[in-house]
Design a protein around this ligand. Structure first.
Ligand SMILES: Nc1ncnc2c1ncn2[C@@H]1O[C@H](COP(=O)(O)OP(=O)(O)OP(=O)(O)O)[C@@H](O)[C@H]1O
Ligand SMILES: [Mg+2]
Length: 429
């Protein structure tokens, strides 16, 4: 019997690579929908795995929908997946068009466009920060004067990701520049056009995310992840640790908000990543939801800490087969991201960990001689490594110790040459 084909929307990156490998190993033909430019950047290993590709322009989603569904029909595709935040709405539309398991295309925008998300959250009763969309200076002034917003507040792009263009604003003077930054942070595959930015009340507390998988409308929360995030006006995620055990009442509140957000975003078949902030008094606020597996190596953390193969599970969900979601391990895993202390040119690197026992994954992204930035978005991170073990505190201590051993040299050079980043990943056998 021929197995159904599997189509990935944008196959770049380690999570997509893991999905492609899993599907190919099981005997599925793996296809990619990609832009010409992105395909040019695919490595030989990924290209070798692919049975075929459809080149399209994701910035024109209606046309991409037609091209991709026509291709999928010709190639007997029975599962469509993406781990690209920007393509989750298109994925839902393609799944609906093909009649394969996917999310509700009528609600999928809520997981992509933060104005739609705020509306959907309010309608569904998700506890979320008070949010206003502003489109001009007068709107910005009115939002800042609104006592439901207050200071600090958060100014962010309507459809960004990776923390790009998000600023925590402490007073009215810095708000116009923050709005300009948010407007300038044009997301991947954006057709542009909307000048709106979001102004949001600040939720103080500790940041967590909930990693969930929904199958036929029933959700399993795989783990709660604690996040390390830089302070100050720019927030960059510098670490994730899971599984986190919260007091039962708080865990229940976190799961409840995640579940409500999942329903609000129409997630019926697939992964989700819900970011929440838990205040000192235990109250939980949902910041955002992504209709996809978390990025930032969280899939690898789940694999190593809990023994759940998230890529196999995602594939099963997309194919409409029962997914194996019960933990088979009871350990802990954490990832640390390295950032540059200042903008400039990367001149040296030493002490970056290698894979080995307890360090199953490392990834270095920055090229020597290339430009590095002060951390302003997740994309400015230079590299990452994962540490696993059976004791949560030991895992954290080891990760911090490994991070302290890394030395980088950065020469302040405002006009540093743009060198294409090198990207090397290693996964221990
Ligand atoms: N309302 C808020 N209150 C407090 N902190 C916030 C709020 N909104 C955003 N932040 C901080 O800014 C960070 C980035 O914001 P947000 O998650 O909305 O942007 P994003 O670009 O979608 O992020 P990513 O794709 O990295 O998850 C959050 O992780 C959090 O640290
Ligand atoms: Mg976020």
């Amino acid at each position: 019997m021929t197995l159904p084909g599997v189509l990935l929307l944008d196959a770049a990156g380690p999570e997509s690579g893991a999905l492609a490998t899993t599907a190919a190993t099981r005997g599925h033909q793996v296809h990619a929908a990609t832009t010409a430019a992105a395909y040019a950047g695919y490595g030989p290993e990924l290209k070798g795995l692919l049975a075929g590709r459809v080149v399209t322009d994701f910035a024109r989603p209606d046309r991409a929908l037609d091209e991709i569904t026509a291709y999928a029909r010709r190639h007997a595709v029975g599962a469509v997946l993406t781990v690209n935040e920007y393509l989750t709405e298109l994925a839902a539309r393609i799944c609906a068009e093909l009649g394969v398991p996917g999310n509700d295309p009528g609600l999928a925008r809520a997981a992509r466009d933060k104005a739609a998300m705020a509306e959907a959250f309010t309608a569904a009763g998700v506890r979320a920060p008070y949010t206003v969309v502003v489109r001009d200076d007068a709107g910005l002034r009115a939002a800042l004067a609104d006592p439901r917003v207050g200071f600090p507040c958060v100014v962010k792009p309507l459809s960004g990701a990776g923390s790009a263009g998000v600023t925590v604003v402490s007073g009215p003077d810095s708000a116009p520049a923050a709005a300009d930054t948010a407007r300038a942070a044009v997301g991947m595959h954006s057709s542009g056009g909307d000048s709106g930015v979001l102004v949001q009340a600040y939720a103080a507390g500790t940041e967590y995310s909930v990693e969930s998988l929904t199958q036929d409308g029933t959700t399993t929360h795989l783990a709660i992840t604690r996040k390390q995030v830089t302070g100050g006006p720019k927030r960059v995620e510098t670490g994730h640790s899971l599984p986190v055990r919260l007091p039962p009442a708080i865990e229940a509140a976190v799961h409840r908000e995640a579940q409500t957000a999942i329903r609000a975003a129409g997630i019926r078949h697939g992964a989700s990543h819900t970011e929440v902030i838990v205040a000192a008094d235990g109250r939980c606020t949902a910041i955002e939801i992504g209709a996809r597996l978390a990025a930032g190596q969280i899939g690898i953390l789940i694999r190593h800490a809990l023994g759940i193969d998230v890529w196999a599970a995602l594939l099963d969900v997309a194919l409409g087969r029962p997914a194996a979601l019960a933990p088979t391990a009871h350990g802990y895993a954490t990832v640390r991201f390295l950032t540059s202390p200042r903008a400039g040119r990367l001149t040296s690197l030493s002490g970056f960990p290698k894979t080995g026992p307890g360090v199953p994954f490392t990834r270095w992204r920055a090229a020597l001689g290339g430009t590095v930035h002060e951390p302003g978005a997740n994309g400015h991170r230079l590299g990452s490594f994962v540490v696993t073990g059976t004791d949560a505190a030991e895992v954290e201590e080891r990760a911090d110790a490994l991070l302290r051993q890394i030395r980088i040299g950065v020469e302040p050079a405002p006009g540093a040459a743009q060198v294409r980043p090198a990207s090397t990943s290693a996964i221990a056998p």
